[in-house]
Design a protein around this ligand. Structure first.
Ligand code: ADP
Length: 489
């Protein structure tokens, strides 16, 4: 908007008409005082100021305008009757645009000057806006940087308080921070601790791929303690720090698990020795029971006969427990070997069902459903039977007061699929993923049903060695289906 300041209404009228005809918005003031009031209230792009006015003249108005930050940049065109000295006019009004026009006003010259000042005003406005935007951008960035710095410091103090060794690295694997514990294993904050040759691939895998990896890395690794010079087992976990879907950094910890490892190996050693030692007397007991059975003339109706057959059942249970314990120690030592040959899966399934029939005095009927396996499969028949017997034993054990267990078979994607379904107590959803773990037993049922929690762990190992898969579907109170698949060829 343009403000015209003149004490003569006829002058104002003619100027206003001229400017409005060229689509300029116009405001007017009849005195210097009125002009000042308006200028403080509204925003003007240009002021056309008559020099000779009663009261405050045009120069005084201009001088006052130059004193306010709001108005000091508004360009002014003076209208004067005489050719006024320009230097005098600009006194105290240096920053704004200044020009003058002598009366009588030549409309063409006035319009030319108005247009120039107007453009100048618009340019100044947009320049100011851009500067403000830039300024606020700088502020925002400064703030973000400050926040980031605080966050990093916060993270470092957290890492410093951890009992573990902790570090951060950039996406190229360059170490960017280490906590004090680091220096028990490395003399330099830029070098990883010493790792034995057999474990080196673990860290190398991370370092070579960290620019593209998106998932956490978790692995057991040994690192050398400087003081003792010994390698200690650690759990290495490296997590990506993701911002806006992109991995920005990595944060890693080494947790000392050496004591745990030693305890575990002592326990495995104990299990291995104990199960071997138990096996010898058990073989003796088995032989004596057989002798007893053969040597005496005991009628099959007699109590002695019942006792002998119960003793045989108990020995069988003990034998299977001991062989499970032996399997566990074999798995630990990597010695659980499977012997894959062409086998008849149908025969194995039927044999397992029969064995369960002999050894489990229950009313449950085992029903077979699904496709038959007509062609030989490359697998270890004894171990597959062991898996089936395990699944079936569980199906019966965890299904009191039911009368049916199903063995369902199918051929899926070139795999033999075998499932055992019961209608028993079921397993809570959140615990299902653990049942194939070593020594895991579902707490709710562990008191009521006997077991060691190792059967399914051994099954998982056997299936893995066949390059197969396994899984479970279960609903509390409705029953459980545990299945495995192994490749047909
Ligand atoms: P366990 O000797 O305890 O039976 P397993 O390794 O065979 O050990 O099974 C692990 C756990 O999984 C069991 O303790 C039991 O809680 C649960 N489980 C396995 N099979 C079934 C099933 N068919 N129904 C309900 N729970 C089951």
């Amino acid at each position: 908007m343009i403000l015209i300041v003149d004490d003569k209404t006829e002058n104002i009228f003619s100027l206003r008409t001229l400017l409005e005809s060229k689509k300029f918005h116009v405001d007017t003031a009849l005195s210097g005082e009125e002009a000042l009031k308006k200028v403080l209230k509204n925003n003007y792009a240009l002021i056309i100021l008559d020099v000779q006015m009663p009261g405050m003249d045009g120069f005084e108005v201009a001088e006052t305008l130059s004193g306010y930050s709001k108005t000091k940049d508004i360009p002014v065109i003076f209208l004067s009757a005489i050719n006024t000295d320009k230097k005098f006019i600009t006194k105290g009004y240096e920053s704004g645009g200044i020009d003058y026009i002598t009366k009588p006003v030549d409309p063409d010259i006035l319009l030319l000057k108005v247009r120039t000042f107007y453009r100048l005003y618009e340019q100044t406005l947009s320049l100011n806006e851009a500067q403000q935007r830039l300024q606020s951008e700088i502020e925002t960035r400064k703030q973000a940087q400050e926040e980031l710095k605080n966050q990093v410091e916060h993270l470092h103090s957290i890492l410093e308080s951890l009992p573990q060794i902790a570090f951060t690295s950039d996406i190229h694997g360059e170490i960017t921070f280490v906590n004090q514990n680091w220096f028990r294993y490395s003399l330099s904050s830029s070098r990883f601790p010493e790792i034995p040759a057999e474990d080196k691939h673990i860290l190398e895998h991370f370092l070579c791929n960290c620019a593209t990896l998106t998932q956490p890395v978790e692995n057991e690794i040994r690192i050398k303690e400087i003081e003792t010079g010994t390698f200690r087992h650690h759990l290495l976990r490296i997590m990506p720090i993701v911002e806006e879907g992109i991995v920005r950094n990595w944060i890693g910890t080494f947790t000392d698990i050496e004591d745990q490892k030693q305890m575990e190996s002592k326990k495995d050693e104990f299990l291995s020795i104990a199960s071997h030692e138990l096996k010898t007397p058990l073989t003796g007991i088995k032989a004596y029971i057989q002798l007893l059975e053969r040597s005496s003339n005991i009628s099959s109706e007699s109590k002695t006969h019942t006792y002998i057959s119960r003793a045989k059942d108990e020995v069988l249970k003990l034998e299977s427990l001991i062989s499970d314990l032996l399997d566990i120690s074999k798995i630990e030592n990597g010695k659980l070997k499977i012997n894959k040959v062409e086998m008849d899966m149908e025969k194995t399934i039927n044999h397992a069902i029969e064995t369960i029939g002999y050894t489990h005095a229950s009313n449950i009927i085992i029903e077979r459903q699904g496709e038959l396996f007509e062609h030989p499969i490359f697998a270890d028949a004894l171990r597959i039977e062991q898996v089936l017997i395990n699944f079936l034993t569980n199906a019966i054990k965890y299904s009191p007061n039911t009368d049916k267990v199903l063995v369902k078979t199918a051929i899926k994607d070139n795999n033999a699929y075998i499932a055992v379904q019961d209608f028993g107590i079921g397993i809570p959803l959140e615990k299902q993923k653990y049942i194939f773990s070593k020594f895991y037993r579902v707490e709710e049922s562990s008191l009521k049903f006997q077991g060691l929690g190792i059967g399914l762990y051994i099954c998982a190992e056997i299936i893995n060695q066949h390059r197969g898969s396994f899984g479970i579907h279960s609903n509390i109170g409705e029953g459980t289906t545990i299945y495995f698949t192994i490749p047909l060829n």
